[in-house]
Design a binder for this molecule. Structure first.
Ligand code: ZN
Ligand code: FE
Length: 256
């Protein structure tokens, strides 16, 4: 039975770092490598030795620390096959549906294209944890840089299909600005209104708003709620497809 520890910390302006540790096998993974120096500090504070980096996508703020960490620790770098040409430090490439073992636990790879075309998410089903990179954020989702809205909606559907109690870690602390925007899309959602207050007080106290859960996002994140009748009425899109409703919400956020 795996018993992984998940340690989240902030780095750069608004990125999250997360270390995943298995004491029994003394293995530790960094989810992405936004900032080698900060990751080193957290490893040192925990007394952990880095053995793996799990990379979600090629963007600079997720990969810039890899080479530095790799030369220090000789860690194994696992990342998206479809972005291998953009991430020269990869030791192992993985794609949708692949699984690999980490710390006695099976990790499943879910491809979630849209923000980038090769984006992958890592699902630890035994621990009930998913790392969504820049695909799903608390009360938001990533900007669509390389794919299109239809593709991104299908990626959302894959995450919606995970068990509701799945814990979600993501790449950025964008929750407060997402919260303000969410209210313009779903103004009468009581769960959303109370969550926005909670997010505000967490940020006022300098605390992170992550991790979240799939259940909470299903209740409050407008980007996962394209099928909701109140949101459809609010947008005047009662007879549109879920992908079209999602696309409208995404374009409103891009122009907000
Ligand atoms: Zn990104
Ligand atoms: Fe990012």
């Amino acid at each position: 039975m795996a018993d992984l520890e998940f340690h989240q910390f902030n780095c750069l302006d608004d990125n999250f770092g997360v270390l995943v540790h298995d004491a029994k096998s003394s293995t530790t993974a960094s989810i992405d490598a936004p900032d080698a120096e900060r990751i080193r500090e957290e490893l040192q504070a925990k007394g952990w030795h880095l053995t793996h980096v799990l990379v979600t996508h090629h963007h600079w703020d997720h990969t810039q620390g890899i080479a530095d960490l790799k030369s220090q620790f000789g860690c194994r770098v696992i990342g998206p096959a479809q972005e291998a040409s953009k991430i020269p430090t990869l030791d192992q490439t993985v794609d949708d549906g692949d699984t690999f073992e980490f710390g006695g636990e099976k990790v499943s790879v879910i491809s979630t294209p849209g923000h980038t075309l090769g984006m992958i998410n890592f699902y630890f089903s035994q621990s009930g944890v998913v790392f969504t990179g820049d695909t799903l954020f608390a009360l938001g989702c990533g900007r669509i840089f390389e794919g299109d809205a239809n593709m991104m909606w299908h990626s959302m559907e894959k995450l919606i299909a995970l068990p509701e109690n799945t814990i979600v870690y993501c790449g950025h602390e964008y929750t407060l600005s997402n919260a303000r925007f969410s209210l313009t899309i779903d103004p009468d959602n009581h769960e959303l209104k109370s969550r926005v207050k909670e997010v505000q007080s967490l940020r006022d106290a300098g605390k992170p708003t992550l991790p979240t859960t799939i259940k909470r996002e299903l209740q409050t994140n407008p980007f996962l709620r394209a099928g909701d009748p109140a949101i459809r009425a609010q947008l005047g899109l009662q007879s549109s497809s879920n992908a079209e409703v999602f696309a409208e919400i995404r374009s409103r956020k891009d122009n907000a």
